[in-house]
Design a protein around this ligand. Structure first.
Ligand SMILES: Nc1ncnc2c1ncn2[C@@H]1O[C@H](COP(=O)(O)OP(=O)(O)OP(=O)(O)O)[C@@H](O)[C@H]1O
Ligand SMILES: [Mg+2]
Length: 321
């Protein structure tokens, strides 16, 4: 890992990427009337998208966070932002776009499994948010490279390259809901990925973006584009990491949780991994911590997020015992 990037958890993490309103239908047709399953257990509106979930995860772990993203100026967004402020997250830097409604994404959570239904249009990332790379960031996290084709023109790469002189650069690709062949060479290339220290993909993204079937082979193929490390998230099977300059594959094993809230798993994993890097931990410990943190978040039964002490306690007992 780069020697100039000293761990400094006191400086803020800058989180970039999409903010959307997630509308989630929980367990459709699970509540009976006259013995007939008809109603859903719940429908919730949440301020989602990678920028929101990563920031919430880091905030729960006690990291100072700046959200360098944008949203509409509609009333629902205002209300949802206020609920994040009540969790202690400072959302004051979110750029509110006059006369614009925040994109809405609809999904289903059925017995702990998530299903994507559809999203309204994503507005282009405002240039002003990328004009001045932060000089005081400890880490810059961009969630959703694939979601912003307008940023493959070099603006994002220039921002990350400048910020990355002193800060860690973490990127999650996400995936557009269209065949990856349509865009993968434009998104996944040296130009876009060379400033990245850790690239995060899930299993489906790893396969679609490389055309390879084994997650570690796909991870190694992605290393060719310049990131120093590629982490492949494997859902209930945990995660793995491959790093430039070594043929060793690090594995964080599966640990079993009952999934109550699957939305944002990958982003909470990214928050946990970022937290570990800021502590100066090695990649194996970062992977295990992220795996445990994501598992705790998605198995929470109340709205309360797991904190650092709880995550460390479970990590020590499950992974180091
Ligand atoms: N069923 C599960 N049991 C335990 N841990 C899980 C489970 N599902 C996800 N996780 C944890 O969350 C991490 C991220 O999940 P996943 O691989 O689904 O990422 P993702 O597809 O990027 O998520 P998202 O849909 O939020 O973008 C996994 O690597 C694992 O640590
Ligand atoms: Mg994801």
């Amino acid at each position: 890992m780069p020697k100039n990037k000293k761990p400094d958890p006191g400086r803020p993490v800058y989180v970039l990427g999409e903010i959307v309103i997630d509308v989630i239908l929980y367990d459709p047709s699970s509540i009976c009337v006259f013995d007939q399953p008809v109603w859903a257990r719940d429908i919730r509106f949440m301020l989602g998208g990678s920028a929101s979930y990563v920031a919430q995860g880091l905030n729960a772990l006690g990291c100072p966070v700046v959200i360098n993203s944008f949203a509409g100026d509609d009333d629902l967004t205002s209300q949802l932002l206020r609920s994040l402020d009540r969790q202690g997250l400072d959302t004051g830097a979110v750029l509110r776009q006059a006369g614009v409604r925040t994109s809405i994404c609809i999904g289903v959570s059925d017995k702990g499994k998530k299903r994507f239904i559809g999203c309204s249009l994503f507005a282009p990332y405002p240039s002003e948010l990328l004009a001045e790379p932060p000089s005081n960031a400890s880490l810059v996290y961009f969630g959703g490279l694939a979601m912003y084709p307008d940023l493959w023109d070099g603006r994002l790469a220039a921002y990350l390259e400048a910020a990355g002189k002193h800060a860690w650069v973490i990127m999650d690709t996400q995936m557009l809901p269209i065949p990856a062949e349509k865009y993968r060479t434009q998104a996944i290339n040296w130009h876009n990925l060379h400033p990245v220290d850790v690239l995060l993909v899930n299993r489906a993204e790893a396969m679609a973006l490389t055309g390879l079937h084994q997650p570690d082979d796909a991870g190694r193929a992605l290393l060719e584009f310049g990131p120093k490390c590629v982490v492949v998230k494997l859902g209930s099977d945990g995660a793995l990491a491959v790093q430039a300059g070594t043929s060793v594959t690090l594995v964080s094993k599966s640990w079993s949780v009952k999934v109550e809230e699957p939305v944002g798993a990958g982003d909470f994993f990214g928050a946990g991994l970022s937290f570990g890097l800021l502590q100066g931990w090695g990649m194996q410990r970062c992977l295990d911590f992220a795996n445990v943190f994501a598992g705790l978040v998605i198995s929470r039964q109340t709205g309360d997020m797991p904190d650092l002490a709880r995550t460390l306690e479970i990590m020590e007992s499950h992974f180091l015992g």
